[in-house]
Write a protein that binds this ligand. Structure first.
Ligand code: F0G
Length: 464
């Protein structure tokens, strides 16, 4: 009898499969990306999404407490005894009217899914708990990733908190925020800094993992993406199981968007939702491969027949011009998104669009999100900057109901925030001026006063 759970090539014409226990994370027939696939007819699937509310009463059980694993019937690849959780997914979906007004939406139209509340401060923990679970099932003792910072922070914290594996982290020699680097070091991961950028580091970690038999936790690992589906389950839960019109997400390696589309597609196929939302992926303008290919060059999934030569030509042109990704939103400073084929499929499944936003717009959006009470890192704010652009273009209607994913915490990357709000023009110019950030529209400058009571009182009374 066929397996209940297995790995399946995403190209429907290939038909390649791999066993649940396989850790190659490449199709054995064509080398392409794999999905985790389920024989849903033979698995116990809840009759409605309300089913998951019953788990709230059972929070003493760590699996029901986890905001990932309380939805485990929707990614049933692991026996309960193998599941690894450190309490991830206790996140917030907050109605944000002030940010809605900034983006051009009506009050009540915007919800911010704040993934900064995870144990390592980013959405990565949703996927890391799933990858660790699979790694445990396969008996792995070491796990590796290349990272712009958050995946490595997440890997390091899961290694330290569970003591199940030794973490090996590859980072590029370019931008990594100190908040994230400090997590990798503090939690004791073996940190390897490679002379090159993230795209170089990702290629190397795949080679090294294969050679040394180290379990790979980058988002080419389809089990990670199974865990990230729970971000969308929690959005639906917060919206009382009503599907939003749009989900807007920053795009880097394109794991999230691939995972979200799979989540909605499966829910629709299982009859648990009546329609899927549209997806908008937002690149930074300095790392806009997906935008260029999907929007400018019209690249489409086409049932798996997308123009692979077109993608190769695009990358060859980047190499020929020695063009590397370059954005203040360092988390998404990626030019060769490993999940590009899956993301193209996601665009087809969810009638998606891609946009690219300038660093200046990202920082303004971030300041508005912060003023509304949620602190996020620059990459996360790309979602709101992109939403604002799409509302202006008339692609997203001002009456729409939209969920934007805030992927990482403000404190991951405080340098840019301080520079943005700085009264010191030299500090601002050193950090931001060279990058085309001209206006700091929403800066909240510190007030400079002499050490004198009367002057301090006056400063407060005149500004409050
Ligand atoms: N937002 C943040 C805060 C991220 O750290 C990342 C990716 C993304 C968005 C993009 O998500 O790759 O699923 O499209 N960070 C990876 C890392 C690449 O290494 O931490 P994606």
């Amino acid at each position: 009898m066929a397996e209940l759970v297995f790995q399946q090539c995403i190209d429907p014409r290939c038909g390649g499969t791999a066993a649940l226990s396989d850790t190659t994370f490449a199709c054995p027939k064509c080398g392409g990306l794999l999905d985790v696939a389920y024989d849903w007819n033979r698995l116990p699937v809840p009759k409605s999404l309300q089913h998951f509310e019953s788990k709230w009463a059972n929070r003493a059980d760590p699996l029901d407490f986890s905001g990932v694993w309380r939805f485990r019937e929707l990614f049933p690849f692991a026996p309960e005894s193998a599941i690894v959780t450190i309490g991830e997914g206790q996140t917030l979906c907050q109605r944000a009217d002030a940010v809605a007004a900034y983006a051009g939406l009506n009050a009540g139209g915007l919800f911010l899914q704040y993934e900064g509340m995870n144990p390592s401060g980013s959405f990565k923990d949703n996927g890391m708990s799933a990858a660790f679970t699979h790694a445990r099932m396969t008996g792995a003792t070491r796990a590796a990733c290349a990272s712009t910072g958050n995946t490595s922070a997440s890997l390091a914290i899961y290694c330290a908190a569970t003591q199940l594996m030794r973490g090996v982290i590859f980072i590029g020699s370019g931008k990594i925020s100190y908040g994230k680097l400090s997590q990798a070091l503090e939690h004791g991961a073996l940190t390897v800094q490679i002379q090159g950028d993230f795209d170089d580091a990702l290629r190397r970690v795949q080679e090294v993992s294969r050679q040394l038999g180290i379990y790979l936790v980058n988002s080419v690992n389809p089990f990670r993406l199974e865990g990230q589906k729970s971000i969308m389950f929690r959005v639906l839960e917060a919206l009382r199981w009503e599907v939003p019109d749009w989900v807007v997400v920053p795009g880097g390696n394109l794991g999230n968007v691939s995972s979200f589309a799979k989540a909605f597609r499966e829910l629709a196929e299982l009859g648990l939702i009546a329609r899927v939302p549209r997806l908008a992926v937002i690149n930074a303008a300095g790392a806009d491969t997906f935008y260029q290919l999907h929007e400018k060059q019209g690249l489409r999934w086409a049932g798996g027949r997308f123009g692979r030569a077109q993608v190769e030509a695009y990358y060859a042109a980047l190499d020929a011009g020695d063009r590397h990704a370059d954005t203040l939103a360092s988390a998404i400073e990626i030019n060769r998104p490993v999940n590009l084929p899956k993301a193209l499929r996601a665009m087809e499944w969810c009638n998606g669009v891609v946009r690219a936003v300038a660093d200046a717009d990202i920082l303004d959006a971030k300041a508005k999100i912060g003023a509304g009470g949620l602190g996020c890192e620059p990459a996360s704010a790309a979602s709101v900057a992109g939403l604002r652009q799409l509302v202006r273009e008339g692609v997203i209607d001002k009456d729409a109901r939209v969920a934007c994913v805030l992927t990482g915490h403000l404190l991951k990357d405080p340098d840019e925030t301080v520079a943005y709000h700085s009264a010191d023009r030299a500090a601002f110019d050193a950090k931001l001026g060279k990058r085309g950030v001209k206006s700091v529209g929403f800066a909240n400058r510190a007030t400079q006063v002499p050490n004198d009571l009367a002057a301090i009182v006056k400063a407060i009374e005149t500004s409050a």
